[in-house]
Design a protein around this ligand. Structure first.
Ligand SMILES: [Zn+2]
Length: 351
């Protein structure tokens, strides 16, 4: 994605009609102004920006740099340049192939925002990234996850932080006034800020630990627990029944501030595992299918609206999910982060 110095001068000349001498003079002056801070290529980038010449824009044809809105699932060898809007912590996970690491961030350009997931060794690069940094990722692949496209950075990909002279302009942030949290009852919280006084909260976190789902028999008429009785099962109210099944799934969510155990029953467990309720109940007898589902869940982001519950035995707070969204919409998360940032910038005297 790099242009040589001479190519940059040619581009600036084409777009502005200035002479070589005028352009080189400006670059020379800029280099002297910023002595020791930029290379001559960096100075040429700055001059191009001052003159309104978008060097990157012109490279879209020749290179693989894509506007985020144009990235489609299945694309390989994609290059993207954007500004980092949010970073989610790197997590280690265990799978059948051994241990691995995954972390992600939201990358925005003037056309959109996309979740960018780094795997294994590439998570080391993430440690150097801050919100607001310009990041260029190269040779990444795009795939769909629950109806949304995301890009994945692996060992064959490049990740460059604040490449010299590259400026990313974002559209003015959308007015957050109309934006509301998914559940009006639930207050959006960081995990570290949840207290036993909270009744309902909404959190966004990454799955860092998954326990075996537990299946149990229920009465198909009232959905209450059905207990074994002789050869079959019985409900207190409806007597002997051919049982249906329910499921409870425990996992640990982490949002970078803290982690918490979250409990998901039947419908919510199915959403979390990306299955219909019926399909989930069919997997109950298959150890392999359950292990595969658990493996896919590690590193997933979940947005959970939950009741806060005190576990007295372990003296800790837990979440009991009421609704859950797997892979929350990056656009919506972005609006939420902007809303919170703006809210935190209001001083008490303005309130
Ligand atoms: Zn019953």
């Amino acid at each position: 994605m790099k242009l040589s110095f001479d190519e940059m001068v040619v581009k600036i000349k084409e777009k502005t009609g200035l002479s070589d001498e005028q352009i080189l003079n400006r670059i020379h002056k800029k280099s002297e102004e910023l002595v020791g801070l930029v290379s001559k290529e960096g100075a040429a980038h700055i001059i191009a920006n001052e003159l309104g010449v978008d060097l990157l824009q012109d490279m879209h044809g020749a290179c693989l740099i894509k506007d985020i809105k144009d990235i489609a699932a299945g694309m390989r060898s994609v290059d993207v340049v954007g500004k980092v809007q949010a970073i989610y912590e790197v997590r280690e996970f265990q799978s059948q192939k051994g241990s691995g690491k995954v972390g992600s961030f939201l990358l925005a350009d003037k056309t959109g925002v996309i979740r960018t997931t780094c795997w294994n060794a590439k998570t080391d690069d993430l440690k150097r990234v801050n919100v607001g940094d310009v990041v260029a990722v190269k040779n990444v692949y795009a795939r769909e996850n629950n109806g949304r496209v995301e890009i994945h950075v692996n060992d064959r990909s490049g990740l460059e932080v604040n490449p010299e002279g590259v400026i990313v302009e974002l559209p003015v942030s959308p007015n957050p006034q109309g934006f509301q949290s998914a559940s009006s009852l639930a207050v959006r919280k960081r995990l570290a800020d949840i207290t036993s006084d909270d009744l309902f909260v909404e959190v966004v976190g990454t799955v860092v630990q998954v326990f075996d789902p537990h299946f149990f028999e229920i009465c198909p008429q009232c959905n209450k627990r059905a207990r074994p009785r002789q050869e079959t099962f019985a409900c207190d109210e409806h007597g002997t029944v051919a049982p249906a099944y329910s499921c409870v799934l425990n996992l640990v969510l982490d949002d970078g501030s803290d982690n918490i155990r979250a409990v998901f029953f039947r419908e919510q467990a199915a959403v979390v595992l990306g299955k219909s309720v019926d399909d989930l109940m069919l997997t109950r007898a298959s150890r392999d299918a359950l292990d595969a589902l658990k493996g896919e869940l590690m590193g997933q982001m979940l947005k959970v609206s939950a009741k806060v519950s005190k576990n007295h035995m372990f003296n800790r707070l837990e979440l009991v999910a009421r609704t859950v969204v797997r892979d929350p919409d990056p656009d919506e998360e972005l609006r939420f982060l902007q809303e919170r940032k703006q809210a935190s910038q209001i001083t008490p005297s303005q309130m």
